[in-house]
Design a protein around this ligand. Structure first.
Ligand code: ATP
Ligand code: MG
Length: 309
């Protein structure tokens, strides 16, 4: 069963600031599966936080359907096994880290006898054991995000919503947060991550959706989105072999003594290229899809959309 199912969701905010309101989401569909890290990406204002808020019952969708563990957000039971790190959170500053985690445990009905043990374990997971007794007002940005992550996990949730978890955190802190996310995923939990930092999500997410102006511009595994469509790099001992390929197969884009790139008319034509090379007795070393970064993929999605407009 999907952890999250979103079907054709639209959200219109009524606001006096703009006539006709603001369309924050415009026909969004996606699914998040168990034990995956799903990254929701997009520039500021794309609608990422709005989708989080809809799924968590903070705001209501205008049209479409959303389910969390098979239940609609209007059913509080949908949130029993969920943790949430909100964007721009403000934890009560007079509390210590331990105080905040105890409070979060109490709010999410962790049995009294288990609270101390869970608080200790969470502090350890986010590497904050040393700072648990310090007041939150003295925490650095990185420490605030780590304690935020700990409070999101205090009820041992099966799915964790993280809204910009590394916002304002330095590179070492980002790395640590990433490691925590991978560890949680490996425990079989689902992470729904929301970020505008594409390069960062690229290294941690299993699948991503790129939102742009309330629409899904691209969706797929990180691998799919970072493979440049139909372009391959072939490494081989070409020796003296010179060849061209017919137009109905594709075109060779560059050639050196042991490397060439081909752009194919469809993905299956790679077999034709390999067969042809074998007939010519060329030793093939590797055939790899050409990779681009998520950032490039994103920019291409944005460009395509402009061309269609
Ligand atoms: N409560 C609200 N009332 C009116 N408009 C809103 C409200 N919340 C969000 N919006 C608008 O909806 C759109 C989507 O906002 P949202 O916060 O979901 O984007 P986001 O992708 O999370 O952006 P960011 O990366 O800046 O966090 C924006 O145009 C925003 O101004
Ligand atoms: Mg946001």
């Amino acid at each position: 069963m999907n952890v999250i199912t979103v079907t054709d969701v639209t959200k219109l905010y009524d606001t006096r600031m703009k006539k006709g309101g603001v369309t924050a989401l415009d026909g969004v569909s996606l699914e998040v599966l168990p034990a995956e890290i799903f990254g929701l990406l997009g520039p500021n204002g794309a609608g990422k936080t709005t989708l989080f808020k809809i799924l968590l019952g903070v705001t209501e969708l205008t049209t479409g359907e959303a389910f969390l563990f098979g239940l609609p957000p209007s059913d509080p039971k949908s949130r029993l096994k969920v943790g949430y790190l909100p964007e721009n959170h403000r934890f009560p500053e007079h509390l210590t880290g331990i105080g905040l985690l105890e409070f979060a445990a109490y709010l999410s009905n962790v049995p009294k006898s288990e609270i101390d043990g869970r608080v200790d374990k969470m502090l350890e997971i986010v590497d904050m054991s040393k700072w648990g007794s310090m007041k939150i007002k003295k925490y650095s940005k990185g420490m605030l995000q780590r304690i935020g992550l700990a409070q999101a996990m205090i009820n041992d949730p099966d799915c964790i919503f993280l809204d910009e978890p590394t916002d304002g955190v330095d590179p070492v802190g980002k790395m640590e947060i990433k490691e925590v996310m991978l560890r949680i995923r490996d425990e079989g939990k689902t992470i729904f991550l929301n970020s505008h930092l594409l390069s960062e999500v690229e290294t941690v997410a299993d699948r991503v959706a790129i939102l742009r102006q309330g629409k899904v511009a691209r969706i797929g595994s990180v691998d799919e989105l970072t493979s440049k469509a139909l372009q391959y790099e072939i490494e081989a001992n070409f020796g003296e072999s010179l060849f061209d390929i017919p137009e109905n197969i594709g075109k060779i884009k560059r050639i050196s003594t042991n490397k060439l790139t081909v752009e194919l008319v469809d993905a299956k034509k790679i077999n034709w290229i390999i067969d042809m090379m074998r007939r010519k007795d060329i030793d093939i070393i590797s055939v790899k899809p050409i990779k681009i970064t998520l950032e490039q993929s994103f920019m291409e999605a944005v460009k395509e959309e402009k061309e269609w407009a």
